[in-house]
Write a protein of this length. Structure first.
Length: 377
């Protein structure tokens, strides 16, 4: 009996002492560590792909939204000013700033009008009104004071409208001429006259153009890798000291590192035919056989083609972009006679470490198209 009890006690004790040996524990730890390494590697690859995908989607969204906004503005450009007698005139705005060439869209206007953007990028100036008056303006009667413009009818004018008074044009609008105009504000409307401020003298028998209460004068530029816009009706966008002020030059799309633009023009060496056959950045009339006026030069520009370059926010440890992106304006003679305006990103020494997407389109300036062929051009 005692022998059986002793044997049972030893057996139970042995069972209670059963467990993993040190070697087994070390092997399990090694296997666990290898598993964790594999999991972390898979997670790292997945997270990298996720960041690349999400940053690529962000670039796609930014580029698409930015291009849609620009396209909308350019399509409306020229409304209210699409008259040969207004094009190419200087225009003083209420802020005191002056546009040197009044036109629907100006590519790379003088730096005093739109300060330069980031290196190797273009700038744009877009102008249009929102009035309901005739595009040819209303004839101004005999002027008794520079603040009062007599009119046959004033039904289309309201207080706070922005207007431009144009003196009598020359008998041949195609002749080269200069004109300095002022954007006035209507302060009162009577039955047969409108009162304006500040007003100008010497406009009897000229035209009064109504640009509505909220005309648009917007400047676009790439600044610090963002597409920014400045409202000329609220600020003097030509003041270079303001380019770093985000309340003046407002970022509207992040990650846009380049903007390229070209005019689409009728370059026929004879009479104007109204067909775009050339793209470049020259606003002047290109051939001596045409009229020499800059007014006719603007009348021949009926489209703008534009490219925005969006950059992914994901920085790569190696070069992932070997050559700069291209667009329709990268090569010369596309179509024949067109100039080249390639995308250049090399101002950033790390530009090859990012991925890019180009958004481009050709936008008709429909208010110039509706002017039709100008016989004097």
């Amino acid at each position: 009996m005692l022998s059986r009890l002793y044997h049972h006690h030893r057996t139970s004790a042995g069972q209670r002492q059963a467990g993993f040996s040190l070697v087994e524990i070390v092997v399990a730890l090694v296997i666990g560590m290898l598993g964790m390494i594999v999991i972390m590697q898979v997670f790292g690859v997945f997270e990298g792909q996720k960041r690349s995908t999400s940053s690529g989607n962000e670039a796609q969204n930014n580029g698409a939204i930015a291009l849609a906004g620009l396209q909308r503005d350019i399509q409306q450009s020229g409304y209210g000013i699409s008259d040969l007698n207004l094009l190419a005139c200087g225009l003083t705005l209420p802020s005191g700033a002056t546009l040197t060439d009044l036109a629907p869209v100006t590519i790379n206007p003088a730096a005093a009008v739109v300060p330069l953007g980031d290196t190797n990028t273009d700038t744009l100036l877009v102008v249009y009104g929102n009035g309901n008056n005739s595009v040819l303006g209303s004839v101004i009667g005999t002027q008794s004071a520079n603040t009062v413009y007599p009119l046959t009818t004033t039904i289309e004018f309201t207080a706070a409208d922005r207007v431009i008074a144009r003196p009598v044009a020359t008998s041949n609008p195609a002749l080269a001429r200069t004109c300095s105009l002022t954007l006035d504000t209507v302060s009162a409307v009577a039955t047969s006259s409108v009162t304006v401020a500040p007003g100008v003298a010497g406009v009897t028998n000229g035209q009064l153009y109504d640009l509505g209460a909220a005309p648009v004068v917007r400047a676009y530029a790439i600044r610090s890798g963002n597409l920014t816009v400045c409202n000329y009706m609220a600020n003097n966008c030509g003041n270079a000291a303001l380019i770093t002020n985000s309340a003046v030059w407002v970022p509207i799309a992040n990650g846009i590192v380049s903007m390229k633009a070209q005019y689409g023009k009728d370059s026929t060496t004879a009479a104007m035919v109204g067909i775009v056959d050339k793209y470049d950045q020259a606003s002047a009339v290109p051939a001596a056989a045409q009229s020499t006026s800059s007014q006719c030069g603007w009348a021949r520009i009926s489209a703008v083609r534009i490219a925005l370059v969006a950059r992914s926010g994901q920085y790569s440890s190696t070069a992932v972009t070997t050559s700069a992106p291209s667009w329709a304006g990268t090569s010369a003679n596309n179509p024949a006679g067109s100039a080249a305006n390639p995308i250049v990103l090399s101002a950033d020494t790390n530009w090859q470490r990012y991925r890019y997407k180009v958004f481009e389109t050709t936008i008709p300036i429909r208010n110039i198209v509706w002017m039709g062929v100008q016989s004097t051009c």
